[in-house]
Design a protein around this ligand. Structure first.
Ligand code: FMN
Length: 188
């Protein structure tokens, strides 16, 4: 099984990327885990550019997702929204359909207590539009990250690690069960 992780923040040292690393480390050794790190290489989406052959960076993203059995997205919140680079990446896969039926675990982070819930709600709306399947019925929004995550990415709060572990297990279960009842993305 292959899981692709996408961080909504391309920033070096991003907390969202650090959380993805934690999630990756919680996966069993039989799971192949790849963090996609090329959000900034994608051109701005425009339907007029969505032609064949696709731009090389777009093609690389689509091929990576085509070969994935599951996806984990962890995003910060900017101006009550998901970062535009993440939305841009998701717009590029509307027409090509790689996320259709894809089991997805979504996580949001913020230094503020709500944990990026607006961005997360928006992300889930977009995932719904893409036809993805949600591994987590309730949104995992990790807030107050400065207190809970060390600058080197270590999780200082055991309850967070436990929550991520539960959600990773839910994702792998969904990847193995194509008829799971969690077929739709809840956005509230
Ligand atoms: C321009 C800008 C807008 C932001 N807006 C929000 C916001 O609306 N809500 C929020 O919780 N955090 C907001 N933040 C804080 C980000 O969530 C925070 O910088 C986050 O940790 C970045 O994630 P990263 O470490 O993965 O890059 C904002 C930060 C910036 C730079």
């Amino acid at each position: 099984m292959h899981i692709v992780a996408i961080s909504g923040s391309p920033r070096p040292g991003s907390v969202s990327s650090q959380i993805l690393n934690v999630a990756g480390n919680l996966l069993g050794s039989t799971q192949h885990f790849t963090i996609y790190e090329a959000l900034l290489e994608l051109p701005h989406f425009s339907p007029d550019l969505d032609t064949e052959p696709a731009d090389l960076a777009v093609m690389a993203l689509r091929i990576l997702l085509r070969e994935a059995d599951g996806v984990i997205i962890c995003t910060p919140e900017y101006a009550f929204s998901m970062p535009s680079v993440l939305k841009n990446a998701l717009e590029w896969i509307v027409s090509s359909g790689e996320m259709n039926e894809m089991p997805v675990l979504s996580i949001s982070t913020s230094p503020l207590p709500p944990g990026g819930e607006y961005a997360h709600t928006e992300l889930r709306m977009v995932l719904k539009a893409l036809g993805a399947r949600s591994a987590n019925e309730n949104m995992l929004c990790i807030g107050a990250t400065r207190k809970k995550i060390s600058p080197s990415g270590g999780i200082l709060d055991a309850a967070i690690t436990e929550k991520i572990r539960e959600e990773v297990i839910a994702l792998t279960k969904l990847m193995h069960n194509t008829n799971s009842e969690h077929d739709t993305i809840a956005t509230h």
